[in-house]
Structures are given as C-alpha cells and as structure tokens.
Design a protein around this ligand. Structure first.
Ligand SMILES: O=C(O)CCC(=O)C(=O)O
Ligand SMILES: [Fe+2]
Length: 324
C-alpha cells in the first residue's frame, strides 16, 4: 500500500481550488466536468501529483490519499444513491475525487449503474441491507473485481470517504498476497470462466441464495481468472457473479475463494481518505455493519477510472464515457 498524508496547507489549497471551480461553473454536472478535470488537476499540489503519477507507473496495488478536504458543513448522509442524486449532496467532494482520479486515469461510467452517473454514492439504503450491491450493510460485500463482467472494467475503483463513524473496514486481497497452488493457477489462467453483470447493473434487489438460477439469462463474458505477466499476474474474480464451464473450473474457483479468504486485509477509511484500488491486482469488498439511517451513516463517493478512455470508444460507435 502506498499512502500520502496531505499537510493542512495542501488540504486547504485543494479546498479553495474546488470552491473556485464550483463558483465558476453555472451548474455542477460531473460528467461534463470530466473533460476539464485533467487541466484543472494540474493545479493540485505538486507533491500529490507526483505521488499519484509514481504510484500509477509502479502499478501500486492500493493507493491511499489522506487529508483531502471534506466540507465541515457536509449535509446528512443520504439514504441511498438515488436520494444523493436528487439533492446533489457532496458535490465539492465529487469534484475533489474527479481531480485526484484524473491524475491516475480517465473517468468513465455505466448507463446501467446509478442512472449513468459518473460519481457514485456508496451509502446504506433501506431495504438493501442484504443485497449484493454497495448499498448493503448487514451482509458483508464479498471480495470482488469491480464490474467483473466487462472487458472495459476500471483499472482503478476509487472510494473517497466522507463519513465512517463505526470504522467499517473496506476489505482487500492483493494478488501478491495470494497463495495459490500451481495446478489451480494453471486452470485459473485458462478461458474456462464466465463473468456476469452484478446486481447493481441488473437492478436485482435480493441476495437470493436459494435461487440457484440467479445468473440464468444474464449475458456473460468468458475468459480467464488470471492473465497478464506470469510473474506479476492480473486477476478477475467475483464469487457471486462468475461460474466455471466445467467441474475442474468450478473446483479452481472454490480453491481460489478459500485462499482469497485467507489473505484478507482491511483498510478503514476515515473522512478525507481516498483509496484507489488497482482493479487488476486487487479484489475488494466490505465488512458488514448496522445502518443507522439518521444522517450520520457511512458515506463514500466512488469513481471508476480506466487508463485509456479509447478502449471504451473503440468498443462503441459513439464517443462516450458512459458504457451502454
Ligand atoms: O464500501 C466499501 O468500502 C466498498 C464498496 C464497494 O465494493 C464498492 O463501492 O465498489
Ligand atoms: Fe466494489
């Protein structure tokens, strides 16, 4: 893990940059702002920019920036992303995350997720406590690659913490910490796996474990779990939204899940912390917690970043950051 702790001066500089930009804009449209973000991010403190550029170059698996500004008059935590979308809650924090993120990659989003918004809200929502989405709380969110189903899934998933009063941990497993038997590695490196869109894309609400056909009818993308450089491989895994094409592949998934479970580390995000998780080298999830629904709940802003937005454009006949 690579971490930078910003000084109070650096934090104040970022806050005033964000205020200046917000006042100069007629309205806050994060998707429209993305095109300007890279230029404005050149005005972030040099030490922060250098840290992010170095971490990107080194393919650091978990990158943490601490001490980012969070509005002292932050509104109460919304009860779900849709409430946040309606009220525009936490816009200064969205802007700060877009500025930092655009040093690492190109922001993009999904038409099927959170209404096509580029910056998401991660906060517990009534009725979703046991779901397999980021709106859950009482059920743990199992370790996953973000948007495991798609060839253009993010290179980074970033989470900016606005509130986390009960110190709920984000769980992570780094591929480098994973102890996999050689024969399992071999199977995992073969095209024997299917990856499905998760419930945040399909709109399914319940963690319907009794229904073994949960994935039936969903389109899937086939490929390996392990790929890339053998000595420093990449990983694609989400136990809830993948399957093997045969018994050998299913057994490899089972072994991998067991070993992943034995390699869990946790990061407790505090307000002002942003974590950029390398989505090719790390799977992430979340510990269970009790939601409060009193305005003080845990609240994160989330942003997906791809290292080259052209990978998206090349797959589409429209030049859009929103994957249809
Ligand atoms: O809440 C967290 O710490 C992680 C949630 C998550 O996996 C996500 O928002 O992608
Ligand atoms: Fe996630």
């Amino acid at each position: 893990m690579e971490r930078i702790v910003l000084t109070e001066t650096e934090s104040a500089e970022i806050a005033s940059l964000a205020e200046e930009v917000l006042t100069s804009l007629e309205d806050w449209d994060p998707l429209r702002f993305v095109d300007e973000a890279t230029t404005i991010a050149a005005r972030l403190p040099l030490r922060l920019r250098q840290f992010l550029v170095n971490a990107r170059g080194a393919e650091a698996d978990v990158i943490v920036v601490s001490g980012l500004p969070v509005d002292p008059d932050l509104v109460p935590t919304p009860t779900g992303w849709d409430m946040a979308a309606k009220t525009g809650a936490g816009r200064r924090e969205e802007l700060v995350l877009l500025l930092c993120g655009s040093v690492l990659g190109d922001p993009f989003c999904w038409a099927t997720q959170q209404d096509g918004r580029v910056v998401h809200d991660v906060c517990p929502a009534p009725g979703m406590e046991e779901s397999l989405t980021s709106a859950s709380s009482k059920a743990a969110l199992s370790l996953h690659t973000e948007d495991v189903h798609h060839p253009c899934r993010g290179d980074y998933v970033s989470l900016f913490c606005l509130r986390n009063p009960d110190a709920v941990g984000t769980t992570i497993v780094r591929i480098g910490a994973l102890d996999l038997p050689e024969d399992t590695r071999e199977v995992l490196a073969q095209d024997r796996f299917r990856f499905y869109p998760d419930d945040s894309h399909t709109g399914a609400v319940l963690n319907d474990l009794v229904n073994s056909d949960r994935l039936a009818g969903r389109e899937f993308h086939a490929g390996p779990v392990l790929f890339g450089p053998k000595e420093r491989p990449y990983l694609r895994f989400d136990i809830d939204f993948m399957s093997g094409v045969d018994g050998t592949a299913d057994e490899a998934i089972r072994v991998a899940q067991e070993r992943i479970g034995a390699a869990v580390e946790r990061v407790v995000l505090e307000p002002g912390d942003a974590v950029f998780v390398d989505n090719y080298r790390v799977v992430h999830g979340r510990e269970p917690f009790s939601p409060r629904y009193d305005g003080k709940d845990r609240w994160l802003k989330r942003l997906n970043l791809i290292r080259d937005i052209r990978r998206l454009y090349a797959m589409s006949d429209v030049r859009s950051r929103v994957i249809a």
